[in-house]
Design a protein around this ligand. Structure first.
Ligand SMILES: Nc1ncnc2c1ncn2[C@@H]1O[C@H](COP(=O)(O)OP(=O)(O)OP(=O)(O)O)[C@@H](O)[C@H]1O
Length: 219
């Protein structure tokens, strides 16, 4: 589904942050991406989301060569990639429901065509009772689930989550992990970037570990 071959990345004239990174993310797979702070996890996620271009190597995303994907093709390609950012990035002046529906509204869809889907998804992440609330009064765990729902509303083929348990207590982190495992069972590939060893120990999943710019994979 997504393949990296000898990918390298440097910012400007700086040192190479990623070196000869090669891996394949199959459909329906589940994996963790870890490594010390500054190892390049966010950089790798940005390459996957196509908000950065590699400075060398080959990236193939859904069968297409990344270097041949034009700016105008990006929005359509990105619908297949859901992203949960470290800081959730919810819009404070929109309700939970409106935040989750936003990607569809931006695309010009009529509310009647998606309302039921948004409500169903909010119920699935456990926010059925909180859909008309503004993000500033949601708890950390609720914000996180709202961000996951927003990432899933377009039924992406892969979900990328950057340190999704960074701001929540261990119990909430476990609940979140169960939600992501369930999502994966339903057919979505999942990649969780984290340095939370406790979280990784709860699942027998593939581990991708970045260190010194190189990637090691433990299946
Ligand atoms: N826009 C940028 N310009 C220059 N250097 C950058 C930029 N973004 C990241 N870096 C550098 O690239 C390296 C990797 O950063 P990155 O954010 O990918 O690491 P990370 O593994 O996600 O770290 P953390 O776990 O702390 O979030 C760091 O040395 C960082 O300073």
């Amino acid at each position: 589904m997504i393949r990296f071959e000898n990918v390298g990345h440097r910012y400007g004239m700086g040192p190479e942050i990623l070196r000869d990174v090669s891996f394949h993310l199959p459909e329906r797979s589940f994996q963790f991406l870890s490594g010390p702070s500054g190892a390049g996890k966010t950089t790798l996620l940005r390459l996957l989301f196509m908000s950065l271009k590699p400075t060398r190597g080959l990236i193939t995303i859904f069968g297409k060569d990344r270097s041949k994907i034009t700016r105008s093709e990006l929005p359509l390609m990105r619908r297949n990639i859901g992203v949960v950012f470290q800081d959730f990035r919810l819009l404070d002046h929109l309700t939970t429901y409106e935040n989750v529906a936003l990607p569809l509204r931006v695309r010009g869809r009529e509310e009647t065509s998606y309302r039921a889907d948004v409500i169903e998804l909010l119920k699935w992440v456990g926010l059925g009772e909180r859909m008309h609330v503004l993000p500033p009064i949601l708890s950390g765990g609720e914000k996180q689930r709202a961000a996951i729902a927003r990432a899933l509303i377009e039924q992406p083929r892969i979900l990328l989550a950057d340190e999704p348990t960074g701001n929540v207590d261990p119990q909430l982190a476990r609940r979140l992990l169960r939600l992501l495992i369930e999502l994966n069972r339903l057919g979505t590939a999942v990649l969780i970037a984290t340095h939370d060893l406790g979280l990784m120990d709860q699942v027998d999943a593939r581990r991708m570990v970045l260190s010194g710019g190189r990637l090691e994979i433990y299946d």
